[in-house]
Ligand binder design. Structure first.
Ligand SMILES: Cc1ncc(COP(=O)(O)O)c(C=O)c1O
Length: 331
């Protein structure tokens, strides 16, 4: 989907650069991994890198890439993207995960996305929202951008579009972009494009999201998860930060709350060194609970149908597993 989005943005604007952010993941194919800010890009460099991708700062109020604090910062990370566009020239699009997923469930402050949308619009640059992880009720809305009333020019999505029951990637565009490709060639296709076996589950999934009221359920259950994770933070000194929206949460582990020094860094994961988060995940797995560990944080993203009793079971397993991280704290 992101490959198609980049191609559309380049053809539609007649410009070629793509601005992405360092703390991001956009996929494993050539263009999408080249626009990926995290360490998975390192493995394709320099030969696999497509030209024209430039990286800017992400929004991360726990670890600000600009060393600032919100709100005194004035959301300088958004303004820096304007600075980049103005100095790069030839920028076709800015791609963001509206809520960064694997790399830490980073929830932007309220001004961030509307400001980026405005910065891009004023400069004739398209905004691509990668909602592969954050879409389909995960955060309590159909799409994460809905939290801030932002309508991107292009929205890419997958996973929850079929409840992940069938493998499908989707690119949605504004009417203007769609109309443009009525009259102009868009040379992009796959053998299994628009395959009925992948499209039929979309209808079924949307019907189920509605029938089971899963967006509201995500908000309601997410509040419970958030409350319980924050309680774990009180108890476990290895937790540096807890953040999330809907049923999309991250628990960031640190050696020392004051310095925010993480247990591991991306270089450790890239080199396949043992990670503290992996030890925590293994402990939780022994208790039948599946979590995702990533560098120095855990992702908590249960199914939208989760019950309160299941949340309790999951939190109890995490509570016990976190002792492993507490034992590794700096003295
Ligand atoms: C935010 C985001 N974008 C895109 C992708 C798609 O990546 P892939 O190349 O694995 O389909 C993923 C996969 O996890 C993702 O999390």
């Amino acid at each position: 989907a992101n490959e198609a989005a980049f191609k559309m943005a380049r053809l539609y604007t007649g410009k070629h650069k793509i601005i992405a952010r360092y703390t991001s993941y956009h996929g494993s194919t050539a263009g999408s991994v080249a626009a990926t800010g995290d360490f998975r890009r390192w493995f394709i460099e320099p030969a696999g890198k497509i030209p024209g991708v430039v990286f800017g700062p992400e929004v991360n109020c726990y670890r600000c890439p600009l060393g600032r604090s919100y709100p005194e910062c004035g959301v300088a990370c958004a303004d820096y993207l304007a600075y980049m566009i103005d100095h790069e020239e030839n920028v076709a699009a800015v791609i963001v995960e509206p809520i960064v997923g694997t790399n830490g469930v980073l929830i932007p402050p309220a001004e961030y996305l509307p400001r980026i949308a405005e910065i891009a619009r004023k400069r004739g640059v398209l905004l691509i929202a990668d909602e592969v992880m954050s879409g389909w009720g995960r955060t309590g809305k159909w799409f994460a951008v809905d939290h801030w009333g932002v309508v991107p020019d292009i929205l890419t999505t997958a996973k929850g579009v079929t409840n992940a029951a069938a493998p499908l990637g989707v690119v949605a565009t504004s009417r203007a972009i769609a109309d443009y490709f009525d009259d102009n060639m868009f040379a992009h296709g796959h053998t299994y494009e628009a395959h009925p076996l992948t499209l039929a589950p979309v209808i079924a999934a949307i019907d189920e999201y509605r029938r089971l009221d899963l967006l509201n359920r995500s908000t309601k259950m997410g509040a419970i998860v958030g409350e319980k994770l924050r309680a774990l933070k009180e108890k476990h000194p290895s937790i540096g930060d807890v953040r999330g929206l809907g049923l999309f949460w991250a628990v960031e582990l640190v050696k020392d709350r004051a310095t925010k020094e993480p247990f591991n860094v991306p270089q450790d994961k890239a080199a396949r060194r043992p990670l503290v988060v992996d030890a925590v995940v293994a402990e939780a797995a022994k208790r039948g609970v599946s979590l995702m560990g990533w560098v120095s944080h855990l992702l908590v993203a249960p199914p939208l149908i989760i019950s309160e009793a299941e949340i309790d079971e999951g939190i109890a397993a995490l509570d016990a597993a976190l002792d492993v991280a507490d034992q590794k704290l700096s003295a």
